[in-house]
Design a protein around this ligand. Sequence first.
Ligand code: PGA
Length: 242
Amino acid sequence: MPRTPLIAGNWKMHGLKDALGFFDELAASGAVSERRELLVCLPATLVAAAVHAARRHGIRIGGQDCHTESSGAHTGDISAAMLRDAGADFVIVGHSERRADHGETDDIVRAKAETARASDLTPIICVGETLEDREAGREEDVVGRQLAGSIPPVFGPADYVIAYEPVWAIGTGRTASAGDIAAMHAFIRSQVPDGEEVRILYGGSVKPENAREILALENVDGALVGGASLNAESFAAIAKSS
Ligand code: PGA
């Protein structure tokens, strides 16, 4: 079965209501096509309004994180069920900024992925090594451990998406080399059950200038785009490179 490319934006903690014109602009750019899936993961405050603005264009909306529980006494948190209720289809879990800023372990990420799936969301499970890990030559050990710990063993290949994001390439303007990306994506595919059917995205300073080369690599099934997803024109250019 062919793996449909997924081009996903991650707005992080950016975006107020007046940013929602993005979806009309993205649609007008001609980036929407049956050849690819387009997704934007937004701050929770914008999800419901963005679903309204994006759905008519066939663009999907996701959250950026969810709690491990579907409801409960967790002030300030948001559940997968709530994101689903607001119209989201996907949620990012285990982003390196969550792992670093909020101490999220593989066990927590796995629990989030489980609750996301139980609420009918597709989790995008993020993995990636630090610069220190790469310089010490242990990037495969680190990513292998994250995969084993973060992906629920009961998941089938269509239940989730993986995003490989080397921590040192996120928001830094540095991207991994084509060879390093290709090697890691092949490694990841070899590590997960039914790997041929799992979509594996690359993330870390993807921009219009490098998207074509990255998205053409074997085993790269799309991109998770931070900074360059804030602007409809650059996100569209990346999408059209797939
Ligand atoms: P970046 O972020 O494209 O700004 O490097 C990617 C991400 O964190 O998902």
